[in-house]
Design a protein around this ligand. Sequence first.
Ligand SMILES: C=CC1=C(C)c2cc3[nH]c(cc4nc(cc5[nH]c(cc1n2)c(C)c5CCC(=O)O)C(CCC(=O)O)=C4C)c(C)c3C=C
Ligand SMILES: [Fe+2]
Ligand SMILES: [Fe+2]
Length: 364
Amino acid sequence: MTYKGRSNFEHGERGKIGVLLLNLGTPDAPTTPALRRYLGEFLADPRVVEVPRFLWRIILHGVILRIRPARSAKAYRTVWTEQGSPLLIHTQHQAEALAAHFQAHSKDDIEVSFAMRYGNPSVSSGIEDLLGKGVRKLLVLPLYPQYSGSTTASTFDAVANDFKQRRWLPDLRFVSHYHDHPAYIKAVAESIRQHQEAHGKPDKLVFSYHGVPKKYLLKGDPYHCECYKTSRLVATELGLGDEEYITTFQSRFGREEWLQPYTDKTLQGLPAQGVKHIQVVCPGFAADCLETIEEIDIENREYFLEAGGETFEYIPCLNATPEHIQALASIIEEQLQGWSAQTVAEADETKQNFQRLNSGSEGK
Ligand SMILES: C=CC1=C(C)c2cc3[nH]c(cc4nc(cc5[nH]c(cc1n2)c(C)c5CCC(=O)O)C(CCC(=O)O)=C4C)c(C)c3C=C
Ligand SMILES: [Fe+2]
Ligand SMILES: [Fe+2]
């Protein structure tokens, strides 16, 4: 076994701090072959689909990867932009904005990079990028405010798998969630407030989160609880009463029961209860993507209006807005406490030790 080292390592360089933003991933193109590759990697992850491997491989390759890629590619084409997938572009902008934020606050020892759990840029390329810039202390921030084994833990697996192949591991900190962090709650509340200043207040505010199978909750996954807590804290920040908002779960996959209430069924039922004007916000998504732009703003809009709803408004994700960048920077700075980049003296000592080896003075 040969472990990966840094070919461009210079003895004497100052070890830096790195922040790696990670999101779920997205296909390379909105085409059937690209979707087959992406879904093949994503849905083979045992953190995502907890079905006995042998059985799941047969279903995945025999059925799902023959049907779903074409259907998903069609959906992706409705959201694709000239620059590419919205999720990828927003994540890239978030990383750039955070890097600029740290520069502007004289924290130029902090390097920021981003990567995707599935697809490109890969987790390994993100780690490689940071280590190549001299990062010796690494903070990994999965962009999932609410912890779930299917997302957050899977991200950790990918980092750990990369580390298994490396010779020199950096110090590591991993953010497992920030669903109740005051900075994040304020940023979500502020985005809703700004929307309502322009469009008025709805009959009901709908907090829609990506679902997971109900059995994950029953086996101990805290995701469900963390979603409800986020909704409650944002509602409190906005001064909403219990009747003024609701929490729902979207994006079901497969036939088993997922977390309820389902977003689509709820939206179809609201007009009959006299709720004609809704605003939908998706605080579980750090960036707009297929699941928000297509599933919520297109599909679920239709469900609501067809069921007799009159006004449907989608409140965009926080994306790379200054409020979000400020919130992420606060979360990151809190996590980085006690860490500093190497001093020049520390770096010099490494250099001298290396020179000692090369000059052959050792042992004389
Ligand atoms: C925000 C948190 C997410 C959780 C929790 C999550 C769980 C989860 N997802 C699937 C299956 C699919 N998800 C898909 C897309 C997708 N999912 C998330 C986030 C969470 N998923 C995002 C941000 C996206 C969008 C990516 C993009 O490119 O825009 C898809 C692919 C699209 C499709 O074919 O419908 C699938 C499939 C499962 C099974 C699951 C929990 C077990
Ligand atoms: Fe998903
Ligand atoms: Fe979806």
